[in-house]
Ligand binder design. Structure first.
Ligand code: UD1
Ligand code: CA
Length: 453
């Protein structure tokens, strides 16, 4: 293949021991998406011809998260250069162009930054390294530049002397390397260092020895925060949420108390949405124009149509579609159900595995009994139907268009369109019974009291 190609290698073989977790580090989530997923999403936006994830042995779950992209196993963790070698086979036909190397535990790298690095490659640099200036340079590798700010070498903290440690420009680990020289450079790296590892960072000095140009592109420290512990994970979540809150307000969403609203990586909004305090968006939610989500709602896997109102205190679970103007009130739970335009469930209901027609009214306390302990069954409620309060709809069951169900009914049979169905014990009135009862009981009680004397 002669055409210049673009490949991305994601290093994710590290065990991430500081997470203290049975799960691989890159499978931990920020904003409802794995760390690896964030990196893959960003990588995908630069349209690489090849995307390879380097994993450790016994990391099938990471391979599954990487799919449909290829995962290759680095048998033993001998360092970042050794990890890149593991991608040799899948990149065998990438003979010219650029190979990006990114880390699976650095989820906020932005496509713009990758593009800025690609521009430096196009301008002739053989190795482009992404640098940053963290508040605390800690143990990051240091980028050593010459007077004309070309990159000379990268020195790892352990091997750095005092002068080098004073350098504030740090190595993020992200690189863009000329595909035609990458493996030659990587093969030349040795493990003659404090950790006896093959440092990818050594390819800079090797390239410079070959008169290959190496440059630094700088990015914001926030974008390059790596996650090593649960504390880092929480900080990353907080960072992501805060950034997203600002974005959604820029996009035309009103947040009455931004700090208490939580989004997922894929939450989508039309303009003029109102969101009250303490609302949580799990994955897979989109909210239409002029919709209002009131305080204390939890939504996941839901399409909220235009002009819908939800809450306060509503729970919307996966598979829910609320068409235009639907109203979901307080303490209503909806799961796997489509509610047609203008339908209302204003109070205290469970609607699961259901289809509710346009303008139907679901009374307070209505429950779809959708589960027999083994299987789930569907409830269909016709358009314009009226379900009286405290009704149990025992699925599978169909309530026809325009039908009325009396309050307190247990509906086990289908209800015809425009019919009335009442399924409950009849009321039995006995005139004077209560007064008589009180007299009898009071007399009995008085006699007992006398006997006690
Ligand atoms: C690396 C850089 C350092 C940089 C820092 C930024 C080297 C030698 N050092 O150091 O200059 O400042 O990242 O965070 O590259 N990995 C593998 N296989 C291995 C080793 C690592 O896949 O054998 C993966 C890890 O899963 C991780 C990434 O490579 O995603 C970085 O490895 P890590 O050991 O954390 O490198 P650092 O010592 O932090
Ligand atoms: Ca690290």
């Amino acid at each position: 293949m002669s055409k210049d190609q673009l490949a991305v290698v994601v290093l994710a073989a590290g065990k991430g021991t500081r997470m203290k977790s049975a799960r691989s580090k890159v499978l931990h989530s920020v904003a409802g998406r794995s760390l690896l997923g964030h990196v893959l999403d960003t990588a995908a936006t630069i349209n690489p011809d090849r995307l390879v994830v380097v994993i450790g042995p016994d990391m099938e779950e990471v391979a599954a998260e990487a799919a449909p992209h290829e995962a290759v196993v680095q048998a033993e963790q001998r360092g970042t250069a050794d990890a890149v070698k593991a991608a040799r086979q899948p990149l065998a036909d990438v003979l010219s162009g650029t190979v990006f190397i990114v880390y699976g535990d650095t989820p906020f790298i932005e496509a713009e930054t990758l593009n800025a690095m690609a521009a430096q490659r196009a301008a002739g640099a053989g190795v482009v390294v992404l640098g940053f200036r963290p508040d605390d340079p800690a143990a990051y590798g240091r980028l050593i530049t010459d007077n004309s700010s070309r990159l000379e070498r990268i020195v790892e903290f352990r091997e750095a002397n005092e002068v080098e440690r004073a350098v504030t420009l740090c190595n993020s680990g992200v690189m863009a390397v000329d595909a035609s020289i990458l493996f030659r450079l990587v093969d030349a790296v040795d493990d003659d260092n404090a950790k006896n590892e093959f440092y990818l960072t050594d390819i800079v000095a090797l390239a410079r020895a070959d008169n290959i140009d190496c440059v630094v592109v700088e990015a914001e420290a926030d974008e390059l925060q790596g996650i090593n512990s649960r504390i880092d994970l929480a900080a990353a979540e907080a960072f992501w949420q805060q950034r997203r809150r600002l974005q959604v307000m820029e996009e035309g969403v009103t947040l009455s108390d931004p700090a208490t609203v939580y989004f997922s990586y894929d939450t989508k909004f039309a303009e003029d949405v109102l969101i009250g305090p303490n609302v949580v968006f799990g994955p897979g939610v989109s909210v239409g124009r002029d919709a209002e989500i009131r305080a204390f709602c939890h939504l996941e896997g839901v399409i909220v149509g235009d002009s819908v109102t939800v809450g306060p205190f509503a729970r919307l679970r996966p598979g829910v579609v609320l068409e235009r103007g639907v109203k979901i009130g307080n303490f209503v739970e909806v799961k796997n159900a489509v509610l047609g335009a203008g339908a209302k469930a204003s109070h205290l209901s469970y609607i699961g595995d259901a289809e509710v027609g346009a303008n139907a009214n679901i009374g307070a306390g209505t429950i779809t009994c959708n589960y027999d302990g083994y299987f789930k069954y569907k409830t269909t409620i016709g358009s314009g139907a009226f379900i009286g309060s405290n009704t149990a709809l025992v699925a599978p069951v169909v309530v026809g268009d325009g039908a009325i169900v009396g309050a307190g009914s247990v509906i086990t049979d289908d209800v015809k369109r425009d019919a009335l169905a009442v399924g409950r014990g009849r009321q039995d009135d006995r005139e004077g019974w209560a007064a008589e009862f009180r007299t009898t009981q009071q007399t009995k009680k008085d006699q007992v009291a006398k006997g006690d004397d």
